[in-house]
Ligand binder design. Structure first.
Ligand SMILES: Cc1ncc(COP(=O)(O)O)c(C=O)c1O
Length: 481
């Protein structure tokens, strides 16, 4: 027994010493060599291709994307949580119910905003390629690879313009911003004379019908170096033009709201040419744009309006520098999270160019079909008409294309319809009155950019409106289309 006790005590001591040595070795390795257990084990998740911390986020993203909202809505990661603690379906306009399956009868069509949701189905099709995952410590810093701008993103922007052929980029500086909205005032500032009491402020002008933010921002930010000075019509006439005055002319091409391709009208002015819609799904591309100052946005390129990302292409270094100074003072550049997401989006767009998954081919097919269907209905009307558009050669598609505009610019032709947006509203259609861009109440803008559901409801209301016309008598003095 004595021997046995001594034997087992010796064995116990050996086990203790070995365990202690092993524990020390593990602690040593962990502390000094950074050796840690396999990540999947550490977090208690299943082994998934060697992934650890990204798995939970991926599961959450896929779980919300998989919820069935009957094709008339979506669940978002940050959606309002219900009683089950999970975010519920957010339904498209005119649909309701927990799974968005209930259609609101006689619903008003909301065709007001230029919300580019027509591209959402494209990104659903490219869910795997376009997903972005990043860690909690990713780019915490105020600065990124080139102070505020991602070098890789700028490189991809240049690559995209070259591949699409819609802008000359090689001799331009790229200025990134929080939506092209932020660039409107940044570029007015950058092009204005450096303010001193002796120099008069620059006159900021645009041609009717113009995008209203040019005026509202210029008036709101109210800089000493510039002021809103109305429409180009007042200055194009030589008699009233003051040759000593500096003009900054906003030009939108294709134009919002009437979708025509436009050029500056005031010779010698500094022009800010807004090419938000100069992409092959929304217009034909006759040639690469090459103005001194150009604006672009992902909102209408890829549909990522919510990411708030835009950029300017600027020829002259001093103008780009002033625009960048503005960015620094305003937001210290565009969000690095957004820049990362847009980098991924541009990579997907580039990888699919001219293939059967080309975003422009997809977007063009949707928008051409909408325009065709709308025209077919409106062509039966004497009460309303649309802007005239004809097929044009597109250098991107290398063929003549039918029109595929972002907006219908509706004119009310009957004499009594002095407020066209009210006429449409009475027919259950919300549009944006031409009063907002100084075109007058006879015109109103109808957005074609929203979801398929939005467009279907819009077409229903317009069809009813045109059908009702046949039953009422066209009053004397009305003109035909
Ligand atoms: C002509 C034009 N410029 C700029 C913008 C603003 O775009 P972003 O979403 O990039 O601020 C819009 C938005 O509709 C637009 O139509």
């Amino acid at each position: 027994m004595g021997t046995g006790w001594r034997g087992s005590a010796g064995l116990g001591l050996q086990v203790l010493i070995c365990s202690s040595l092993l524990l020390n070795a593990v602690l040593f390795a962990h502390h000094f060599l950074g050796v840690s257990p396999p990540p999947a084990e550490r977090l208690g998740v299943g082994v998934g291709d060697g992934l650890s911390w990204a798995l939970q986020a991926a599961r959450e993203a896929e779980a919300v994307a998989a919820v069935d909202c009957s094709g008339h809505g979506s669940v978002f990661l940050d959606g309002v949580t219900g009683e089950d603690g999970k975010p519920g379906c957010e339904c498209n306009t005119c649909f309701s119910g927990p799974d968005c399956s209930v259609r609101t009868p006689n619903c008003t069509a909301d065709a007001d905003s230029g919300n580019p949701l027509f591209l959402e189905p494209y990104w659903r099709r490219h869910a795997a390629a376009s997903a972005v995952v990043f860690s909690g410590w990713h780019r915490l810093s105020y600065t990124t690879t080139d102070l505020f701008q991602s070098v890789e993103l700028v490189r991809h922007i240049r690559q995209l313009h070259r591949a699409v052929g819609n802008a000359v980029v090689d001799d331009k500086h790229v200025v990134l911003a929080t939506g092209s909205m932020q660039l409107i005032n940044a570029l007015v500032y950058a092009l204005s004379p450096e303010g001193n009491a002796a120099s008069p402020p620059a006159s900021v002008v645009a041609t009717v019908p113009y995008y209203p933010a040019y005026k509202s921002q210029t008036v709101m930010f109210d800089g000493r170096e510039y002021r809103w000075d109305g429409t180009t019509a007042a200055w194009a006439n030589n008699g009233s033009r003051n040759p000593t005055r500096d003009f900054i002319e906003f030009v939108t091409s294709p134009n919002n709201p009437d979708t025509s391709l436009c050029k500056p009208v005031l010779a010698g002015s500094s022009a800010i040419v807004d090419h938000a819609y100069y992409w092959p799904h929304l217009t034909h591309i006759p040639a690469p744009a090459d103005e001194d100052v150009m604006l672009f946005t992902t909102s209408k390129l890829s549909g990522h309006a919510g990411s708030r990302f835009g950029w300017a292409l600027v020829r002259h270094e001093n103008v780009a520098k002033r625009a960048n100074d503005y960015m620094q003072q305003s937001t210290m550049g565009a969000s690095r999270d957004t820049q990362l997401r847009i980098l991924k989006i541009l990579k997907v767009i580039l990888a699919n160019l001219r293939s059967k998954e080309d975003i422009f081919a997809f977007g063009y097919a949707v928008m051409r079909s909408r325009w065709r269907r709308l025209n077919a209905v409106v062509s039966r009307s004497t009460r309303i008409s649309l802007q005239k558009m004809r097929p044009q050669y597109c250098t991107y598609f290398k063929r003549t294309k039918e029109p595929s505009p972002a907006y219908a610019w509706v004119k009310c032709e009957w004499e009594e319809d002095v407020d066209c947006s009210q006429t449409l509203l009475a027919a259950g259609i919300i549009s944006r009155s031409g009063i907002s861009n100084e075109a007058g109440g006879r015109y109103t803008r109808v957005s074609l950019l929203k979801t398929d559901d939005d467009f279907d409801v819009l077409l229903e209301r317009i069809t009813e409106f045109v059908d009702a016309e046949k039953r009422s008598r066209a009053p004397a003095g009305s003109s035909s289309m």
